[in-house]
Design a protein around this ligand. Structure first.
Ligand SMILES: *[C@@H]1O[C@H](CO)[C@@H](O)[C@H](O)[C@H]1NC(C)=O
Length: 226
C-alpha cells in the first residue's frame, strides 16, 4: 500500500469513529436509563405486604425502549391468592421504586383484582419518568379487561404479560409570542436562503481536524523521506 492509500484508510477510520461517538452520545449518553422494581400485593386488606414481582429496565426515556423481566414464577398458590382477591372484590396493588434511589420511595397504583385475574395477567404498565431519566414520578396499570364478568380466565397464565409505556413530562409551554414570532421569521429566512448560520469551521471541524492531523503526520513523513 502506498502512503496515500494508508492515509485515506486512516481518514475514513477516524471519520467512522467520530460518527460512532456522536451516535453513542445522542442515543445512550444524553438519554435517561434506569431500572425500576415492581412489587405487588396479593394479600388484600388495608395494609397488605408487597413482594418483588418484576424489573423494568428503561433503556431510553426518549424512545420509550424498556425491557421487562419477571422475578418470580407464577405458581398455582399465587393464582389462588389472586382468585381470592378477585372473588372478594378486592384490589390488586402494585408499587414501583427506582433501583439505586430507594430513599425516594414508591409510586403506586391499583386496579380491581378481578380485572387482572380475568385478563390472565395481561396488563399495560405506564411509567411516568422525569425527562432526564433520573426518577420515576408516577405509574399507571391498565388491564385489557375493563369490566369484570365474574368468570375465570380462559387460560391459566404462566407469567405476567406486561406491556410497558414510558412517558416523560414535557414542560408546559409559556406564552412568549414575541420570541416565537422572531423564531418563525428566522426559520423562514433560513429556509428561503437554505443556509446554516454556523460558521464553516463550526459545521465541519470534525472532518477538518482528522484531515489536518493526517496531513501533518504523513506530510511530515514524506518530506523527511525525500
Ligand atoms: C399479552 O398482551 C398482549 C397485549 O395486551 C396481547 O395481545 C397478547 O395476546 C397477550 N398474550 C398472552 C399470552 O396473554
Amino acid at each position: 500500500m502506498t502512503g496515500q492509500t494508508v492515509s485515506w484508510w486512516l481518514f475514513f477510520l477516524i471519520l467512522a469513529a467520530l460518527g460512532g461517538l456522536n451516535g453513542f452520545q445522542e442515543d445512550e449518553f444524553l438519554d435517561g436509563q434506569l431500572t425500576l422494581v415492581v412489587e405487588d400485593a396479593l394479600e388484600g386488606g388495608p395494609n397488605p405486604t408487597f413482594s418483588p414481582r418484576s424489573t423494568i429496565h428503561v433503556r431510553s426515556v426518549k424512545s420509550g425502549n424498556a425491557l421487562v423481566t419477571h422475578m418470580r414464577q407464577w405458581t398455582p398458590e399465587l393464582h389462588d391468592k389472586l382468585r381470592a382477591l378477585a372473588e372478594n372484590d378486592d384490589l390488586y396493588r402494585i408499587r414501583v421504586y427506582h433501583k439505586g434511589s430507594e430513599e425516594k420511595g414508591y409510586v403506586s397504583t391499583f386496579t380491581k383484582a378481578c380485572q387482572i385475574y380475568e385478563s390472565a395477567l395481561s396488563e399495560t404498565v405506564s411509567m411516568m419518568v422525569d425527562s432526564a431519566g433520573m426518577s420515576v414520578v408516577g405509574v399507571g396499570l391498565i388491564p385489557p379487561v375493563a369490566v369484570c364478568r365474574g368468570q375465570p380466565p380462559e387460560i391459566i397464565p404462566v407469567q405476567h404479560n406486561t406491556t410497558v409505556i414510558i412517558r416523560s413530562p414535557t414542560p408546559a409551554p409559556v406564552p412568549d409570542t414575541a420570541t416565537y414570532i422572531e423564531k418563525l421569521e428566522a426559520m423562514k429566512n433560513e429556509k428561503a436562503e437554505g443556509k446554516d448560520n454556523r460558521s464553516f469551521l463550526a459545521k465541519y471541524w470534525m472532518y477538518i481536524v482528522p484531515v489536518v492531523l493526517i496531513m501533518v503526520v504523513f506530510g511530515g513523513g514524506q518530506e523527511g523521506g525525500r
